[in-house]
Design a protein around this ligand. Structure first.
Ligand code: HEM
Length: 497
């Protein structure tokens, strides 16, 4: 009885009144929210069709699995498109998203960037890039930083970088390909693009430091496509550790360069590299970037300029081998360039910007490669206001998604799964083909990527013919496209070209 009395007295104690008030307040708030959303729903257009799936996870698992191959991701988008139409909602890593259509949706997304929406990355990905990276910055901060870094990627800069990229390519083939009968081409393109970007960004020569960098970058890159579990043994945790190790090395290189600048000992090549520019050239407001910002952006340039171009080059080698008429046409183009050079008295390995401009067919081959094997399958922006698009309501905080799925649509590309560089004689409608994205976060290094890829193909075609060891090898994504055998090829040296 005493216990029962004690229990009742507890029920009517001060604490219990507080509990009752909190429960009542929550109930009233919930009722208010329900009533307001009832009226809001009646007055507002509907949400886009589609399914958000399970709370938090939504379609995360199926999407991450689909990302493992270009076919997988193409089929995933196609399935959704067939079921719901080109604009649909879904959920990834706890974020509600709306897929935009082609080309109007993409145009809307890129043209209104910074007003109704801005760049967004899930926390686990922005932690890999860092808070000061161009890829994660938004608004005025991004504009200022981008304008600044862009100075080092304009057309004039390209002609300054060309001789060094060319020297690096020649060195690459002389040191790593000579005397070989078989080559793992993707490993080679990794080494080429990595040494090229290390040269451009840091003037870092081949050696133990570059080898350690390369290992860390491979580990880092995988982090974005695995479950973000930061526990020992999990890929994501390894990728964060790799980031830390890369930043430490960048810190050491910055200190070393600062000493060289102070002692006026900077080499000719290093004077034009990105590190030197970031350490010495002030921005429009007369300031130098802070160290954390320099490190995040050096890391971004190294990562953005390495795996991406390497994957495109390795896949181009694969497609060229599979299409002998494409190989023939490329050979013809590069022979003509060399004949012209010889006619003007130049018979060496040097290349000019004019020579690169003459590589029109090679560029079509690379464009066609990246159409079928895009580097980025999709990207997103976060809405900062409620939106209405094509009769649908998109709430503030949801994500808008642009994708490369138009690359596989017969609406824009005839026989879309066929590798056909000649299709690039005509351009597709604006905002359908977006290999380098668009808008304020579009690829900053696209001109450089074009330059280094054309240089590589030129020296490859001049020196070797090649064939695939396994023409039926499957293509996967990890995180970028590659064949399962990393494009294993048999190579034959060409004695006169
Ligand atoms: C074939 C090679 C490449 C492809 C296909 C490619 C593609 C892309 C794409 C699609 C984006 C935008 C992502 C988005 O909008 O969400 C991007 C951003 C970026 N890329 Fe590239 N990229 C390539 C090579 C390079 C190279 C060589 C560099 C550097 C030298 C580079 C530097 C950057 C940077 C700095 C950004 C971020 C720009 C910003 O957020 O303001 N990329 N790239």
């Amino acid at each position: 009885m005493a216990t029962k009395w004690n229990g009742l007295s507890f029920m009517f104690s001060e604490d219990s009144y507080m509990t009752l008030i909190i429960i009542l307040a929550i109930t009233v708030l919930w009722l208010l929210w329900s009533v307001s959303s009832y009226f809001r729903d009646r007055n507002q257009p509907p949400l886009p069709p589609g399914s958000l799936g399970f709370p938090f996870f939504g379609q995360t698992v199926e999407y991450v699995l689909a990302l493992r191959s270009a076919d997988g991701i193409r089929e995933w988008f196609q399935k959704k498109n067939d079921r719901y139409g080109p604009v649909f909602k879904w959920r990834l890593w706890g974020c509600q998203m709306v897929m935009m259509d082609h080309p109007e949706g993409n145009q809307f997304l890129f043209q209104n960037e910074g007003t109704s929406h801005h760049i967004f990355w899930p926390v686990h990905i922005s932690n890999l890039f860092g808070p000061d990276s161009l890829l994660t910055l938004t608004g005025e901060h991004h504009k200022l930083h981008r304008r600044y870094v862009n100075k080092f990627f304009d057309h004039n800069s390209m002609s300054r970088y060309l001789p060094e990229v060319n020297r690096n390519a020649v060195r690459h083939f002389t040191k790593l390909w000579q005397g070989k009968e078989q080559v793992v081409a993707h490993e080679m393109t990794d080494l080429y693009t990595f040494s090229t970007i290390c040269n451009l960004v840091l003037t870092l020569e081949k050696g133990p430091r570059m080898d350690k960098f390369l290992v860390d970058f491979h580990v880092w890159a995988k982090g974005s496509t695995y479950l973000p579990i930061n526990l020992p043994g999990f890929q994501y945790c390894k990728s964060l550790k790799a980031r830390k190790s890369i930043l430490e090395m960048l810190g050491e290189l910055m200190e070393q360069r600062r000493r060289e600048i102070a002692e006026d000992h900077v080499s000719e090549a290093a004077r034009i590299d990105i590190l030197n520019n970031l350490l010495t050239v002030p921005d429009d407001e007369g300031n130098l970037l802070q160290d954390s910002s320099i490190k995040d952006n050096l890391l971004l340039l190294l990562i953005a300029g390495f795996d991406t171009s390497s994957s495109v080059l390795a896949m181009a080698i694969y497609y060229i081998a599979k299409h002998p008429h494409v190989y023939k046409e490329i050979v013809h183009e590069h022979k003509s360039i060399l004949e012209e050079k010889r006619a003007s008295g130049k018979d060496d390995d040097s290349l000019t910007m004019e020579n690169l401009s003459a590589m029109k067919y090679t560029w079509k081959v690379l464009k066609e490669t990246v159409r079928l094997q895009p580097v980025t399958a999709a990207g997103w922006r976060k809405t900062v206001t409620n939106l209405e698009y094509k009769g649908y309501y998109i709430p503030k905080g949801w994500l808008l998604v642009w994708s490369q799925s138009a690359n596989y649509s017969s609406k824009y590309f005839q026989d879309p799964l066929k590798f056909d560089p000649s299709r690039w004689e005509k351009s597709p409608p604006l905002y359908t083909y977006l290999p380098f994205s668009n808008g304020s976060h579009s690829c900053l290094g696209n001109e450089f990527a074009k330059l280094e890829m054309l240089v590589f193909i030129h020296h490859l075609v001049k020196r070797y013919s090649w064939s695939l060891i396994d023409p039926n090898v499957p293509i996967i994504r990890d995180p970028f496209s590659k064949t399962l055998d990393k494009t294993l090829i048999a190579v034959k040296e060409i004695t006169s070209f």
